[in-house]
Design a protein around this ligand. Structure first.
Ligand code: FES
Ligand SMILES: [Fe+2]
Length: 319
């Protein structure tokens, strides 16, 4: 055991909704293999356009439904002997060479939702049904907003470490070279304690001039958040992100950006580039850090303390 593993506390998968694909990357009738939450999964889209996710391995002899499986109606057909599984229930609905379907002929079906240009599944450590909804952001359906830009990356760290950066204003100074340590950030929790919003206000230079802008960072659960820039008359920027556990030490983060059309030419590309390059600066820290279950925090680390308290609700006790 090296000194890293001696001090490292492994974190389990949190409960919630997690993006497993971009909407644009899954055509009607298409089948894809996935690997998230340490599990093999199959993702497919029915001919009517509805995405479905099931456990990957066929109840019969264990073939992978995402490797050569075919969409048939609302179900996926195993490439090995043709057993069909309903996308909603995971039940086997047809064995082409046998009348009687054994009662245990089923695979686990994952609640699946499409929103904000992504396909999400619900994960719960104890298999409980969804306890909240994925937030649907109006900007993605608004004609005033430009076509979105996409960015994704796999990060060699548990997703909680990535999310924690959001509540770590000091790291923006040291890791990202930002001039001042922000000290006027406000935090507000929603009624159920699950949602929170952090806001920073101030005079900022923008491509449209200098305005009193509000940077609004919303979190709906561990792994789903957005950043909105408000206060520029008739214009705005939005970043929506979802981060998904791949296994205990890796996560996959997807970011979708959109700006009002009047900003697209002057700020769109630069903003996407700045944000996606910024995350590279975090990589060295993430790749080499350990998780401290009981970190030593100082007086100024108030948001980190809030964050650690907040994340507890997303874990089933004992993992
Ligand atoms: S392994 Fe899937 S039908 Fe036989
Ligand atoms: Fe960062």
């Amino acid at each position: 055991m090296n000194s890293n593993s001696r001090h490292h506390t492994a974190l389990p998968n949190p409960n919630g909704w997690f993006a497993v694909a971009w909407s644009k990357d899954l055509q009607d009738g298409e089948v894809q293999p996935l690997h998230y939450f340490g599990e093999d999964l199959v993702l497919f889209r029915t001919r009517e356009g509805v995405p479905k996710v099931l456990d990957a391995h066929c109840a019969h002899l264990g073939a992978h439904l995402g490797e050569g499986g075919r969409v048939v109606g609302d179900s996926v057909r195993c490439p090995f002997h043709g057993w069909r599984y309903d996308g909603e229930s995971g039940e086997c609905t047809e064995i082409p060479y046998c009348e009687k379907i054994p009662p245990r002929a089923r695979v686990n079906a994952w609640p699946t939702i499409e929103a904000n240009r992504m396909i999400f599944v619900w994960y719960h450590a104890e298999g409980k049904a969804p306890q909240w909804d994925v937030p649907v952001l109006p900007e993605f359906a608004d004609d005033e907003w430009a076509a979105p830009r996409y960015f994704d990356l796999e990060v060699p760290v548990h997703m909680q470490e990535m999310a924690e950066n959001n509540c770590d204003p000091v790291h923006f100074h040291f890791v990202h070279g930002m001039g001042q340590i922000a000290n006027d950030t406000k935090i507000e929790f929603g009624e159920d304690g699950r949602f929170f919003r952090m806001t920073d206000e101030g005079e900022r230079e923008t491509p449209m001039g200098t305005f009193h802008t509000i940077l609004e960072r919303d979190s709906w659960q561990l792994g789903i958040s957005s950043v909105r820039t408000k206060g520029i008359p008739g214009a705005g920027l939005l970043l929506f992100t979802s981060t998904t556990p791949v296994d205990p030490d890796h996560c996959h983060s997807r970011w979708v950006f959109t700006v009002t059309k009047n900003l697209a030419d002057i700020a769109g590309e630069e903003w996407v580039q700045a944000m996606s390059q910024g995350v590279q600066q975090d990589m060295q820290i993430w790749s080499n850090k350990i998780h401290r279950a009981r970190p030593v925090l100082c007086e100024a680390d108030t948001f980190l303390a809030h964050f650690r308290q907040w994340v507890k609700q997303f874990y089933t006790e004992g993992g």
